[in-house]
Design a binder for this molecule. Sequence first.
Ligand code: NDP
Length: 329
Amino acid sequence: MSFQALVTSKGDDGKVSSSVETLTDDRLPEGNVTVDVEWAGLNYKDGLCLTGAGGLVRTYPHVAGIDFAGIVRESQDQRYKAGDRVVLTGWRVGEVHWGGYAQRARVNADWLVPLPDGLDTRDAMIVGTAGLTAMLAIDRLENLGVTPESGEVLVTGAAGGVGSIAISLLARLGYQPVALSGRPEHSATLKELGATDIVGREDFLGQPDKVLESARWAGLIDNVGGKILSKALKQVKYGGAAAAIGNAGGIDLETNVLPFILRGVTLSGIDSVMQPYANRVAAWSRIAKTFDLAAYAALVEEVGLAELPDAAAKILAGQVRGRTIVRLR
Ligand code: NDP
């Protein structure tokens, strides 16, 4: 049986490039469940894998795609049978294991999550790793005592995938999400999603730096790291909490202990990749009940496999708005 895949290869000159090829099932990697992939997602990490940046992919030829949703075609694992609707995110699929940029994938059953009622495979990829991570971050802030009554929650990298879904979920849960974005042209869209205020990236970074700054945020969901996380931490209110998700703006974090020892602020890391199964199932279920897919529709762009290399360059340049999803059928 043959299927289409976006195969990423490394040339003798070290250059990484991708092209659509027809493959047969015998090329699929080891695994006990074969899935007919219907939709995949585009994430920042996919941009790295498709361009060879960051050294995430070690073995070529490779099929990237860190998340996908589809229908089980064949299963040697008793938890799944042909016809089941499944979603996969993380576990380094698309990095060290072949991923979702193909009409067929073979994976380990432990990595799959059954799709909850209320989400189809396209919906699941609008959410994708981005939405799952946003939900996990909100769960974490709540576990650390942040409630809708605590006050505003700052979301950085707000016009990106994780940020925009975090804004939408927070608003639906009764929070006051404030969007920090470097792209003022998306302010109206972010407000429609539920942002109660917009903070411009330049304005934010342009304010004088102090060791501790005026306290404004009950919670912080940070997708960019670097100077933005450093500054935002100094503005978290007494007893507040910050969830560190991403490094779109850099991996450095220069800070001081005052937010932690004078305001009791907690900085907590979120990793969606190795997240235990039970947490994933709970998060997907909460997403299915909470996420307003209709309100998010304007932030979804569909591409085919052949358009992915261009889309990858755009996401690395911070030019993608919301979620880009990949049509496989
Ligand atoms: P996107 O590219 O969709 O969004 C990132 C956003 O960050 C951009 O839209 C932009 O927002 C902002 N940004 C980009 N470059 C810069 C910069 N140089 N300085 C400041 N802000 C910048 O990516 P995702 O939403 O998919 O992912 C966000 C981050 O989270 C990435 O670093 C990703 O690797 C990480 N991530 C981590 C996960 C985990 O498990 N911990 C899971 C998923 C993602 P704007 O234009 O609004 O300013």
